[in-house]
Design a binder for this molecule. Sequence first.
Ligand code: BZD
Length: 841
Amino acid sequence: VESSIPEHMREAWRKFSASGFKTTDEFEKEVVKHIETTLARSLFNCDELAAYSGTALAFRDRLVIDWNKTQQRQTFADQKRIYYLSLEFLMGRALDNAMLNVGLKNVAKDGLADLGFRIEDVVNQEHDAALGNGGLGRLAACFLDSMASLNYAAWGYGLRYRYGIFKQEIENGYQVEIPDYWLDFNPWEFPRHDVTVDVQFYGWVNKYTDENGKQVTSWQDGEVVVATAYDVPVPGYGTPTVNNLRLWSSKAASGEFDFAKFNAGEYESAVGDQQRAETISAVLYPNDNLERGKELRLKQQYFWCAASLYDIVRRFKKTKRKWSEFPDQVAIQLNDTHPTLAIVELQRILTDLEGLEWDVAWDIVGRTFGYTNHTVLPEALEKWSVPLIQNLLPRHLQIIYDINLFFLQQVEKRFPKDRELLSRVSIIEESQPKMVRMAYLAIVGSHKVNGVAELHSDLIKTTIFKDFVRIYGPDKFGNVTNGITPRRWLHQANPRLSELIASKVGSYEFLKDLTLLNKLEAFADDKEFKKEWAEIKYANKVRLAQHIQKSTGVSVNPKALFDVQVKRIHEYKRQQLNIFGLIHRYLAIKGMSPEERKKLAPRVSIFGGKAAPGYWMAKTIIHLVNKVGEVVNNDKDVGDLLKVIFLEDYNVSKAEIIVPASDISEHISTAGTEASGTSNMKFVLNGGLIIGTLDGANIEITREVGEDNVYLFGTLSEDVEDLRHKHFYSKTDFNPELKKVFDFIKSGAFGDQSAFSALINGIVDHGDYYLVGDDFDSYCKTQDLIDEDYKDQDAWVTKSIQVVSRMGYFTSDRCINEYADTIWNIEPLQVKEEDEVRART
Ligand code: BZD
């Protein structure tokens, strides 16, 4: 690493180089300094938010020291780096995580107490960084945590949205969306006004022969938008590694606004250009598993891919290596198809700008990229219209056509005269208008394609990507089952349980090696231990009950069984099956004698999750849940036996309260539709049992924790197609219990029945695509079994301990090591032992 400071002048630098606080006194000094100077506040007007800000800034200073060292170390080491490209990073709050990873949480706790604050209240002031929709975005965040904790040299690249996922409010039972303007105070980002990239759009392609007789292809006269880097430090747990998440923000090219236009009196149009450019990184698209083909979304994708690629290539070029070594220095992972244009962009850089031959360049591209698929749902598979790309990215469209041409020639050679095959696998779909199939482009441009759970990875090989398995052979396609970081999802969310576990397994080492949880198995029948275990679950339920009281006004009994379904609202995830089951339960309670009611286990059913703003059916489901809650929660006959709660604005920090408090959680997607699911892992890791279908990672969770410890029900994925077919031809023998539920809704029991008719008709008259009718009976029976089992608390607690002890496999650390071995071909960076030790103490 070069420095412009001559050696004889470096002494002062070394002498005064920042080292960060260690003791409570030093911490307090830092906090007070930041509050008084950085924030210009004082003892007399320091509220909890100011205390949060001061604490965050103090920890930020600590992080920055290790962050700088990490970046230096990685540059010196000059090894391969991982670049994780994701349009979404659902990071949640950073302070608690920073305190844990820096290892000075107790110092902060004591220090804040001295200053007059409770650490929990201070931590709760932080606004979630919610730059994602759901599982895909949160997975990216867990992966960043694991890559840093395992000392991989890794960068995340994303967009710095001004508005993250909207805030959800419930008004009269309906979802209302409020913009999430989250950037007014964000101490965790560092604007790098010196790190900018010009990104071009529109324009035209000029092909000509230059004065030396060389063929030149130039993309010119486009509109330029500037990408500015904002860096976010990503600390690892128990290591000095602090990696970087680089988020790009868009601005118009000519400074504040176009002064030429301004001077010519075109004030509004000058400001307009500026605004149009800033719009690119303004807002996160709030759809999960749906692609709508909007031009602005494509602009976001290219803007982010181009800026990231430029940055990666610029870093590589500093090493002065040959281009052929690029894939030995750079591994780029595509989080779904959203960054697929990066493939095309690298090919463009290597050929048009660096002058490499097509084949040489294409070989480098293929060895650089890996593609992770997260869905088989057809409506979520990205396609972009050819005219749209033609207009926005004319040169990229040509390159895509060339990629396709060479690919199809290769296919033709191996499978001569199979026209059908050629048209099936063509990157260009011959529709009106023509469409670019991004998943196919991603497959063709990567050396590895992976799914996110075993069933899902098998499904993509036998359904949507079947032809590609034939063409490339099976080795190009693999599986990396998802995982979660135990730091956030066990230790931070459930500190008491983590402490209890540590007391039995000997240390907190299980947070680095989650398989050590298996030592708990020996205590699954230990009376004292079980008592403490149950007490912690109860305390977590009390905490959630308080949150429910505060946010909904409904008081719930923490002794009741807590049944939770929190995730994005989607028909394939089948929250409707859950709510129909609850209506069925309500009707059953209403029909019971007082004696019968006494035998029933009280239950609190908790829903949470956002619906995409334009997804009417999902919004209808939310509406129904809220209406059912209004009726059930106010019915004197029912009392504590059933409460139905919709918690508004489900997000990462709310999940940290909800997940540790569940007895049962629901993962009940139609088999074959949920690629993996990751909240299933979070709940089980916190000692909750699950009810689920044989879908996604539920299957592997069952394999690990034992069939007796999971409540499985419903149609198997291999039977789904047949059933869908059958529905088409016969509407008879419809489930009578479900029919009663529908009749009850239609009677107006939950208000105007017409509000729910689409939901019911979809099942009764329109083929029941998600098989709600087919699975209703086994779902209800399984819920009855849960009621029975829950009565035997002793056996329940044993199960709860057993499942936790068997969850070691589902750490995202294991995922990252698998990606590193099978896709990235990269080793962790060695960190000096003294640095390791310092980080841990
Ligand atoms: O990815 C989810 C899957 O549905 C889950 O099964 C899986 O566990 C996780 C992680 O692999 N997919 C998403 O969350 N997808 C999106 O959010 C999304 C967003 C925009 C466009 C398309 C999909």
